[in-house]
Design a protein around this ligand. Structure first.
Ligand SMILES: [Zn+2]
Length: 194
């Protein structure tokens, strides 16, 4: 009797057999739909969603919209950089069981996450120093508003430059923008010293 596989296993099988190649969705979908029908007699439901979920789990690298890549080294390295339960405990304790941005935590019944300050995808390590406690909301913001980090850093540099050059107008402009970041608790981990 054939071993029962899941739909995700089948998608994985495709990528494992096609490593180190940027693959657009349709190519994967065509293959898994046919294979699933062949092996189980059933219809494969929502393969696109399956691919996305494998990328979210760190099994696939998202290259661009609808294009994914499997790299065995990436999977292994990424896994190695997950925090251990002991590290998570230590980070939570260090941060007083509170989100480092808004200060909400256990007391307020807020769900807390341990976040890599420097993301795993950018070579961030699973060390206590690279960990921080975030509430669900700020974890979401950080993951989805990565581009604002670059923006904030840019304005901080521009602000400092303007200060050096005594360009009052530019300094005022930058500081107004940076105040908007602060007011909305965006990217609080990037420090701006006025
Ligand atoms: Zn928070």
């Amino acid at each position: 009797m054939a071993k029962k596989i899941s739909q995700l296993d089948l998608i994985k099988e495709f990528f494992i057999n096609n490593p180190l190649r940027n693959i657009p969705h349709p190519e994967v979908v065509d293959w898994v739909v046919i294979q699933w029908k062949k092996r189980t007699g059933e219809i494969f439901r929502d393969p696109d969603r399956g691919i996305r979920s494998l990328a979210q789990k760190g099994f696939l690298i998202k290259i661009s919209k609808g294009i994914y890549r499997y790299d065995p080294d990436f999977v292994v390295n990424r896994k190695l950089e997950d925090f251990t339960p002991a590290q998570k405990k230590e980070i939570l304790k260090r941060d007083n069981y509170k989100c480092v941005i808004c200060g909400k935590g256990k007391k307020e019944g807020i769900e807390l996450h341990i976040d890599h300050i420097k993301a795993k995808d950018f070579g961030g390590k699973a060390t206590i120093e690279n960990g921080q406690t975030l509430c669900a909301q700020h974890n979401f913001l950080k993951k989805n508003f990565k581009q604002t980090e670059t923006g904030k850093k840019m304005f901080i540099r521009l602000y400092e430059l303007a200060k050096d050059k005594k360009n009052v107008d530019l300094q005022k402009f930058c500081s107004e923008i940076l105040e908007v970041f602060e007011k909305n608790n965006i990217n609080g981990h990037i420090e701006w010293t006025k």
